[in-house]
Design a protein around this ligand. Structure first.
Ligand code: SF4
Length: 411
């Protein structure tokens, strides 16, 4: 049995550190101007150099996405940045464009190359084809089921296969879609998707433009294109049996809080599954954890063959549920005082239900112990305040504090 890595999105340096703290084996990042996520999820070369240094200290790998559909005007930049990525020492690049592949092979011939899911690889011959072009890992299309994946893995054991196990699904074949370009001028193929497939649509009759017809199949079905979010944590033994090398979590645009919760939950689950795949059962508390991040209704995607379920009319109540949010992050643990110094990232009121996420467990924090930097009790702390809380055990820097949201905060 292969021991697949847990691969976590790192939209910036803070998220990279969070992913490492909570158990990632590898992270993937964007590269300024060259990845399929807009500016807010890309690293400058200086940040990437720092990220690689930090990750390698902890034995964690870093893959850099340069997966734009390149135009001629992009090629010079691709070539220059590939050289820099090789110097920085990233552990691989993720790409989808054959032209970018050719450039990478020329500029950095020993650089491991991962083919992005954007290339929509769905069969053994395609895997062999890309392998012959120098690709060492294929991120398979999300549209395959586990049986099909297992067949490919057994046909080409020499090629690493990566699959998504958690996160948002795309209505189109991963980003091959014009909705966002059409409505907002921001292209999904250039990393700027505004997710218009999640919007509500109406039909209008030509001569009655002011009289839209809401599209419904029944009372609960009004979202035309909206997909649910992928969640495969219950099926890790089946995934291990399929023989893939890497389990990928989607979401470079997601928050630090999301990265912390999803990474540690899959870390716990994957370790349990690897210990005894046959006996693996997903613990109810792991499902509860994954319900505590912002998400849409969950689905098993195409993996279990029931393809109809993925886009099965996500009703309005199922869109973006969240009950908890980021309260702050730990800057420092002060052992003599039994306190942590936290930088708040949202408003927190003494009495709010607050929990500290440690890599191995969750601590309840008494938010009424919140004090300011001078030690005075604080009734309410605001974003960027530095505050103290009492704790009864050591806490690593970067640990995430979450708070339960009130109904008003959720709406
Ligand atoms: S709009 Fe939806 S279907 Fe289109 S690229 Fe974005 S996520 Fe995918």
């Amino acid at each position: 049995m292969k021991k697949p890595e847990l691969l976590v999105p790192a939209g910036n340096l803070e998220k990279l550190r969070t992913a490492i703290l909570y158990g990632a084996d590898a992270v993937y990042t964007g590269v300024e101007g060259l990845s399929l996520r807009a500016q807010q999820a890309e690293f400058t070369m200086a940040e990437l150099e720092e990220g690689v240094r930090v990750a390698h200290q902890q034995g964690v790998k870093v893959y850099a996405a340069i997966n734009i559909s390149a135009w001629n005007s992009d090629l010079e930049q691709v070539s220059a940045k590939t050289g820099e990525l090789a110097e920085i020492g990233v552990d691989g690049v993720i790409l989808s464009d054959p032209g970018v592949l050719a450039l990478v092979r020329r500029v950095a011939p020993t650089m491991p190359v991962h083919l992005s899911t954007q290339a929509n690889t769905t069969n053994t011959e395609a895997v062999r084809f890309w392998h012959a072009q120098g690709v060492s890992r294929i991120v398979l299309a999300r549209e395959l089921n586990l049986e099909e994946i297992a067949a490919i893995a057994s046909d080409v054991p020499e090629v690493e296969l990566e699959i998504f196990v958690h996160g948002a699904m795309c209505m189109a074949y991963s980003g091959r879609c014009l909705l966002s370009s059409h409505f907002t001028g921001r292209s999904a193929n250039r990393g700027e998707c505004t997710h218009p497939c999640r919007w509500e649509y109406m039909l209008t009759e030509r001569s009655r433009p002011d009289d839209p017809l809401i599209v419904t199949e029944d009372e609960r079905y009004s979202y035309l294109l909206s997909s649910k979010d992928l969640r495969m944590i219950e099926y890790l033994s089946e995934i291990l049996a399929a023989g893939v090398s890497s389990l990928k979590i989607e979401g470079r645009m997601k928050t630090v809080y999301y990265v912390a919760v999803v990474t540690r939950t899959y870390r716990w689950a994957l370790d349990a599954a690897l210990k005894d795949p046959e006996a693996y059962r997903c613990a109810p508390e792991w499902l509860a954890e994954l319900d505590k991040v912002s998400h849409r209704g969950y689905t098993t995607g195409f993996y279990l063959k029931d393809k109809a379920e993925v886009f099965a009319g996500l009703n309005p109540e199922e869109s973006y549920r969240r009950a908890y949010g980021l309260a702050g992050t730990v800057l420092q643990y002060l052992p003599e005082e039994g306190k942590i110094l936290v930088e708040l990232r949202n408003q927190l009121t003494a009495g709010d239900e607050t929990e500290l996420l440690l890599p191995e467990t969750t601590l309840t924090i008494d938010s009424t112990t919140m004090t300011d930097e001078d030690g005075k009790p604080l009734a309410t702390g605001h974003n960027s305040y530095r505050v103290y809380f009492q704790v009864d055990r050591p806490v690593p820097a970067g640990a995430v504090l979450r708070r339960r949201l009130t109904r008003a905060q959720i709406l």
